[in-house]
Ligand binder design. Sequence first.
Ligand SMILES: Cc1cc2nc3c(=O)[nH]c(=O)nc-3n(C[C@H](O)[C@H](O)[C@H](O)COP(=O)(O)OP(=O)(O)OC[C@H]3O[C@@H](n4cnc5c(N)ncnc54)[C@H](O)[C@@H]3O)c2cc1C
Length: 473
Amino acid sequence: VVDEEFLSRLRECLGERGLLTAAGDMAPYLREWRGHFQCAAGAVARPANTDETAAVVAACAEAGVGIVPQGGNTGLVGGAAAQSAESQIVLALDRMTRIREIDTDNDTITVEAGCILAEVQNAAAGVQRFFPLSLAAEGSCRIGGNLATNAGGVNVLRYGNARDLTLGLEVVLADGRVWHGLSGLRKDNTGYDLRQLFVGSEGTLGIITAATLRLFPAPAQREAAFAGVENPAAAVALLGRLRAVSGDNVIACELLPRFALELTLRHIPGCRDPLDAPHPWYLQVELASPAQGNWLREALESGLEAAFEAGEITDAALAGSLEDAAAFRHIREHIPEAQIREGASIKHDVAVPVSRLPEFVTRATAAIEEEMAGVRVCAFGHVGDGNLHFNLQQPEDADGAAFLKQAPKANRVIHDIVAELDGSFSAEHGIGRLKTGELIRYADPAKLDAMRAIKQALDPKGILNPGVLLADN
Ligand SMILES: Cc1cc2nc3c(=O)[nH]c(=O)nc-3n(C[C@H](O)[C@H](O)[C@H](O)COP(=O)(O)OP(=O)(O)OC[C@H]3O[C@@H](n4cnc5c(N)ncnc54)[C@H](O)[C@@H]3O)c2cc1C
């Protein structure tokens, strides 16, 4: 338990600055982004380096105190939400923000877990490289959190998710020992790939303290467009066409319905409709290439022209400048905020094979509209990854709290259709505390048993993020 003796041991490891116990100081670490969870912790430990992190974990292992790791606290499934003042502490990595090394010949950057994602992107740009992980929370989320959740975002289509960008890790294990795995190797077949085990483990197997990440050549050409389409099937066709004409240089491709655009126009300052007339759906696309020249622009223009002739698009605006491109992205990135301002919403972060995405949208929309009268579907997201945020906005003038109570019913309708289409009920946000029941319901039983065995082997005392991912941990 968290008692005076335990706290003074932590104080010895961390010094006064590294340990917060006053309610006011701890408050920012005890908030949960979506307000689904009340938070409580006996203390917030803020180690300055890996040795201090290891000392904290060793102390917790000895005292049997639960550790809730926290990065930027932008996770959407309650994974960083501590639940007990008596038996848990928050372990915040926000003081570990050093960029340890950039190796331009190896195209890698080694950073501490507390580095804010945007700062890693900037550091890469500073040496004419590109770190492609990009999501709307990039100004506040931290690399440790990104890797622990295997974050996705807008550039997965071209560069993969956080897992694909990770070459090495440094991890504090549950007994306080450190695994020094900061390799920058592309080839290393020396047994089980522990790196892949820790990426996406949501703080339940170890504390990520640093990572070696892949870098790419900086883009020399960048293009963007905002196209009106009739339906998701046309969007999928357009994406395929643009990938083909651009030499597979589409780096982001986001689908949004008219309703999502209308919400941003209504609630978000600075949002303008890029097209003159309304369209049922839109694609926001970005292309980039490290090669010099203007051919990407020509490829985009010819691709859009051909798409227009083929009836795939009904209109399109091309970005004439980086500001135009940013304005298109501004719309897409602010849909979640516009949804909050509009009222209550029930969210589903799902993936299906891209080929089945149009069928999913049609079936899920029909099923949920039949189940919940007046519901407004706001399905948007990463069409090239088959990953949609199939969000449900409360009916106009409805009671938000009463609407939210219908979440279990809505989840069943949507997730059952996802399962029938061989999809995933959690594409990029993880399981956290929010979706542990769904995992038990939909996961293959053999997979669940293997996961429990891994958890037992690496964290036999169950001190790492109790209640997250595996509800029985
Ligand atoms: C506006 C908005 C947009 C978003 N868009 C996307 C998106 O496009 N794609 C996407 O994938 N996500 C998205 N997210 C979700 C969120 O930003 C990501 O999950 C992000 O990767 C979390 O990083 P964080 O540092 O905030 O982690 P936190 O919220 O602090 O933690 C997340 C999980 O990781 C664990 N953890 C944190 N740090 C460590 C560590 N060092 N070692 C071990 N475990 C750790 C925590 O215990 C928790 O379980 C979005 C969130 C918001 C608010």
